[in-house]
Ligand binder design. Sequence first.
Ligand code: FAQ
Length: 308
Amino acid sequence: MTASTASTAFDEAIARDQRIEPADDMPEGYRKTMIRQIAQHAHSEIIGMQPEGEWITRAPTLRRKAILLAKVQDEAGHGLYLYSAAETLGADRGDLTQRLIEGRQKYSSIFNYPTLSFADVGVIGWLVDGAAICNQVPLCRSSYGPYARAMIRICKEESFHQRQGYELLMTMMRGTPEQQAMVQDAVDRWWWPSLMMFGPPDAESPNTAQSMAWKIKRHTNDELRQRFVDMSVPQAAALGVTLPDPELRWNEERGHHDFGQPDWAELKRVITGGGVMNEERIRRRREADSDGAWVREAAAAHAAKGTS
Ligand code: FAQ
């Protein structure tokens, strides 16, 4: 097939809302964009195990510990499905990990903030998984088949994550004034970083227009951020916490909440390695990679023997 017929078949499939599958011809730019987004997403799931993982040994009850363990294991699973999806595009998993630990590929800014109390575990479930769901449900209709299909299972698991976080916060809000203050403090620290998860404002997002045209993204960063704010306001009220934004109010005319802008300079700083936890997150990822090298070598040697 020549390049022009390949691009026509691809364009027609996109126009008809058909899925692009690994063996289909696709423009190089599409392949590169998909690898970038899927790899960044996979890295986020794996690095995202760290902030909550730190609380597994300090969970207040056996029940909370079991829930948290299950959640953190789910994140590992999500990373693995996503690396597999990237491999269908010709990417190499080892190479992607190398790019992450050398700072050549990004992961979500949200995981560069510290988890200071157990209330952070609840707020990560409520707000961070809530934002992830808001962003990822439309990705179940993303044009690249393996990515869209991985997203269906991931979203189901993310809803459990969100519910466990909200239920934990509800329990703490029924507790002592100290517990209520811990929840409010965690909400104050995580609200703005959660809004940043949706990416820069549309006017400053270099990839959105092309990714929307290719139906990789189904909504812009600002559309999803608005959806998340509208979803979170009644949940905050039911919980009895205040969202730390003095500009937050219902706009009758728009049928949406107006809200303040996150500190976009902070997002840039965190994405480029300047967040509080960036160094630690990458140091631990690098350590896990080298500690696990013998397992990969043993598995490869076993596979080479051709026995099961
Ligand atoms: N952090 O032009 P755009 C989770 C980068 S999973 C870091 O707007 P795009 C589950 C962007 O990559 C969370 N980098 O880019 C969990 C681009 O990089 P480039 C991860 C960011 O791709 C919960 C540049 O800035 N979710 O939380 C961020 O069209 C709890 C310009 O931006 C996904 O990855 C950021 N916040 O839109 C786990 C979802 N924002 O080109 C554990 C899939 C932007 O310079 C515990 N990804 N960048 O290399 C997406 O939907 C999109 O990639 C966006 C960005 C919306 C993140």
